[in-house]
Design a protein around this ligand. Structure first.
Ligand code: IMP
Ligand code: MG
Length: 182
């Protein structure tokens, strides 16, 4: 099975992804120079992005992961956010959390997560997303760091999936509609 055959077009190429990551790593390294940075990747979509981003940081940082389910299978958010893997730390008061996410769509996932980590007493909570689909917001939410804004199209690759497939593609591409309409 050739995964590339299911892709209608490449939206963000490998070269563009690497330039985006480079820029974001510079911004984060500058902004967190005097802080205690904890990158919190949201599984599984953020793993490729986070792996690339953390290698480019020039400041000390720790990493952790959370898993949240909101989509189920399919291409629409259910709007219901459930934590299925949580942070196990008791030092949040002295920790500056940067949530690392693959894509923001309705905004519900990150809006809920940010409020939750704030309520638990983290010293600061900010968000970094590789991709943003601002036209799809259902709740007001603005991430602090954005890799690229994209139109309302369902994308896969570089960590993003459709029913768990396509995460390993090295670029971000638009999935052919016939794949998720069938
Ligand atoms: P939100 O709560 O609606 O903002 O949902 C964000 C989550 O939906 C992301 O973490 C992705 O898992 C998923 N998602 C939204 N749009 C896409 C897409 O185009 N491709 C793959 N996953 C997506
Ligand atoms: Mg996700």
């Amino acid at each position: 099975m050739d995964l590339h055959l299911d892709i209608q077009k490449i939206l963000v190429s490998e070269e563009q992804l690497s330039a985006i990551v480079e820029r974001l790593a510079k911004e984060v390294s500058r902004d967190y120079a005097d802080k205690k940075l904890l990158l919190v990747g949201i599984l599984k979509g953020s793993v490729v992005f986070m792996g690339d981003l953390m290698k480019k940081l020039t400041i000390p940082s720790q990493i952790d992961f959370m898993k949240v389910s909101s989509y189920g299978s399919g291409t629409r958010s259910s709007g219901y956010v459930k934590i299925t893997l949580d942070l196990l730390r008791d030092d949040l008061e002295s920790t500056d959390i940067l949530i690392v996410e693959d894509i923001i769509d309705s905004g519900k996932t990150l809006s809920a997560l940010t409020k939750m980590l704030d309520a638990r007493g983290a010293r600061s909570v900010r968000t970094c997303t590789l991709l943003d689909k601002p036209s799809r917001r259902e709740v007001a939410f603005t991430p602090d760091y954005i890799g690229a804004e994209i139109p309302d199209e369902f994308v896969v690759g570089y960590g993003l999936d459709y029913n768990e497939d396509y995460r390993t593609l090295p670029f971000v591409g638009v999935l052919k509609e016939e794949i998720y309409r069938k």
